[in-house]
Write a protein that binds this ligand. Structure first.
Ligand SMILES: Cc1cc2nc3c(=O)[nH]c(=O)nc-3n(C[C@H](O)[C@H](O)[C@H](O)COP(=O)(O)OP(=O)(O)OC[C@H]3O[C@@H](n4cnc5c(N)ncnc54)[C@H](O)[C@@H]3O)c2cc1C
Ligand code: FES
Length: 287
């Protein structure tokens, strides 16, 4: 006979596996290949809890499939906000939805960026390509309580200027000088007046105190590896570097093994990890 606790846990598991219908209330084109979707529950009582910076929802495109997508902003009133780049069948379908269309959501899942650990300290945030979306809620948290943090630098990398997300918001942050914003692109267009190269080049220009700096980095794994190695060479404690890992996912609740990376399930142990936990896995070939 099942105990009450077992039944309650099964109910929670079923709920975690059942997508809840959400209507697209706004679709903002960010770049040629990415959009931000603002989604509201079709039934108010089906609203999901708000996520926290670094966490993700499983987003279901009916008839096509379901993929993990981080929160690109956090809303406490039941709206779910995601920025998605079209790379394959599911993400392409999600980028093509229109206001009024319905998608399924379940979540929030996963670990969070160490925003609280950064309070009272300096913070370097690195976001490359679509990797700027998962770190954006950290920037919002900092700006909502600016005095709680020391110096804050944001380094944004992209292949081309046209691939930069949240252009207006970046300009606003840069103009208000509440945080230091540096953008760098690999392949400049003729009218690009900013920096050219990779994010580690921009990092070299930043002075930081290794004893009071927290780093948050999101983007291609090779970029996160170079960022971590560069900062550690300059004296930063590896435990003060947090990165977010990506793997294909199915259940998102640690049951199917789809996202397993050696001893970790990225969906429940991650996606945000302190660098010392993930560094040994960066040597694994399939990474
Ligand atoms: C925790 C987590 C958070 C994520 N957050 C976001 C997010 O906020 N926004 C977002 O757009 N994506 C995010 N992703 C990535 C997203 O889940 C994948 O892009 C998506 O699963 C691709 O599914 P698909 O069916 O569209 O394409 P697939 O058929 O799975 O892939 C199509 C092709 O694209 C390649 N590909 C797949 N994913 C990526 C990728 N991320 N970058 C480059 N090439 C890729 C594949 O190797 C394949 O060649 C996140 C992933 C994880 C694990
Ligand atoms: S997605 Fe199933 S265990 Fe992580």
């Amino acid at each position: 006979m099942r105990t009450e606790a077992q039944s309650a846990s099964e109910t929670r598991e079923r709920a975690a596996l059942a997508p809840r219908p959400h209507r697209v209330v706004q679709r903002v084109r960010e770049t040629r290949s990415s959009v931000t979707l603002i989604l509201a529950p079709v039934e108010a009582e089906e609203a999901l809890p708000p996520g926290r910076p670094g966490q993700f929802n499983m987003v279901w495109a009916p008839g096509v499939g379901e993929v993990p997508i981080s929160f690109s902003a956090i809303d406490d009133s039941g709206l779910q906000i995601h920025t998605i780049r079209a790379v394959g069948p599911v993400s392409r379908k999600l980028c093509a939805v229109r206001p009024g269309d319905v998608v399924g959501l379940r979540g929030p899942f996963g670990s969070t960026w160490p925003v609280d650990a950064a309070r009272g300290r300096d913070l370097i945030i690195v976001g490359c390509g679509i990797g700027l979306a998962p770190v954006r809620p950290v920037i919002h948290s900092v700006l909502a309580d600016r005095d709680a943090f020391g110096d804050v630098s944001l380094i944004v990398g992209a292949r081309k200027a046209d691939d930069l997300l949240f252009r207006e918001e970046l300009d606003g942050w840069w103009q208000r000088r509440e945080i230091r914003v540096r953008t760098i692109v690999d392949q400049p267009s003729d009218d690009w007046r900013g920096n050219i190269g990779v994010v580690t080049k921009e990092l070299q220009r930043i002075d930081f105190d290794p004893d009071r700096t927290q780093v948050i980095a999101c983007g291609p794994e090779i970029m996160m590896k170079f960022v971590a190695e560069h900062l550690i060479d300059r004296g930063l404690n590896p435990g003060d570097i947090a990165v977010s890992m990506e793997r294909n996912m199915q259940c998102a609740i640690g049951q199917c093994g789809h996202c397993q990376l050696r001893g970790y399930f990225i969906c429940t142990d991650g996606p945000v990890f302190a660098w010392p936990r993930i560094q040994p896995l960066m040597e694994v070939r399939e990474l």
